[in-house]
Design a protein around this ligand. Structure first.
Ligand code: GDP
Length: 327
């Protein structure tokens, strides 16, 4: 077992902005050992008054859209203004396979050595829900460690965007000009979540196409119902490699933050997110407790067989398994 600090040592280290302690606390939060979970909760409880002050931004887009290049350019812009920035990732592919779309170490080379930036790859875990839970706790640790902007990055596959959306204040969707219609259709649900859509790689021969895409999306957004927060989603173009449009983008993030703080929606959003977090944790724990019961596995296999053969209805099998819990 890895050497652990005391709860007070984690807390002091984090509050004095010590990165090494932060990294060790994140490892603690990611651990599945029962003793680590208890310790992690003690640390988080003490840090709670020092959390919640950052701007939480989610960034998504399909692989190749330019997420890491964009984060590198945006990150350098922010740190050049003296902002402390943490970049976290949720990579659904790393949960299922060893390969990872997001986590490799060669990404964001400049930002990773910037003293004001902290980059933490996606935690390895079983379910996406579990990973989301750990990422939320990591975000709190980063806030207590003084990071003023938290970027949570994910790829446009599976449900990871919805998860990221459920833990941030501002959701940024990166899109490529000229992507096929079926892609746009597939993305519709995500487009509706976006506070800003940025058309990437608006440079060189791609510039005109990017401008057209911008106009198309702006028109498409008019057809969506207004958001409950009163925010009107924006569409813009940017080029991370030529460092264009990045300042504008950040301006919108700040505008959004001001407007939601002013009309009270930022708090409402965060309250709602915390409630949803609580309930999703309950569901996760119940499921885990249920499936981890000794001797249940055999019974599950037996019921699965009967369901496959059609000799029992799925619900009846489920009821039997749930009762097995009670005996
Ligand atoms: P990710 O998979 O979404 O993280 O995308 P990357 O940041 O790795 O970028 C994918 C490819 O697009 C790389 O070859 C980048 O050099 C290129 N790229 C990223 N941003 C830009 C940009 O602003 N302009 C141009 N022309 N290429 C870019």
């Amino acid at each position: 077992m890895m050497h652990r600090l005391t709860a007070d040592q984690y807390v002091e280290g984090i509050l004095s902005h010590d990165r090494l302690t932060l990294s060790r606390a994140i490892t603690l939060v990611e651990s599945r050992l029962a003793s680590d979970k208890v310790l992690a909760q003690r640390v988080l409880e003490q840090l709670l008054p020092h959390t919640g002050q950052s701007i939480r931004v989610g960034i998504t887009g399909v692989p190749g859209v330019g997420k890491s290049t964009f984060i590198e350019t945006l990150g350098k812009y922010l740190t050049s203004r003296g902002k402390r920035l943490a970049v976290l990732a949720i990579d659904p592919t790393s949960q299922r396979t060893r390969g990872s779309i997001l986590g490799d170490k060669t990404r964001m080379e400049t930002l990773s050595v910037d003293p004001l930036a902290y980059i933490r790859p996606s935690p390895a875990g079983d379910s996406l829900g579990g990973v989301a839970h750990r990422t939320r706790e990591t975000m709190l640790l980063c806030e207590a460690a003084g990071f003023e902007v938290i970027l949570v990055e994910t790829v446009g596959v599976g449900q990871s965007e919805t998860l990221v959306h459920s833990m941030v204040d501002f959701f940024l969707l990166l899109m490529l000009a000229g992507a096929g219609d079926e892609l746009q259709g597939m993305k519709r649900g995500i487009v509706e979540l976006a506070d800003v859509i940025a058309i990437t790689k608006a440079d060189g021969a791609n510039r005109t196409a990017a401008e057209h895409a911008r106009a198309d999306y702006q028109n498409a957004l008019h057809l969506f119902p207004p958001t409950p927060t009163g925010w009107i989603p924006q569409v813009l173009t940017c080029s991370a490699s030529e460092n264009k449009g990045i300042t504008d983008l950040w301006h919108w993030v700040e505008q959004h933050q001001h407007s939601l703080q002013h009309n009270g929606h930022r708090n409402l959003i965060r309250q709602g997110q915390n409630l949803a977090w609580m309930h999703s944790y309950i569901r996760q724990q119940l499921e885990e407790q249920f499936y981890n019961q000794p001797d249940l596995e055999e019974k599950v296999a037996d019921m699965e067989n009967q369901v496959r053969q059609g000799s029992i209805l799925p619900i009846q099998a489920a009821e039997k398994l749930l009762k097995f819990k009670a005996t």
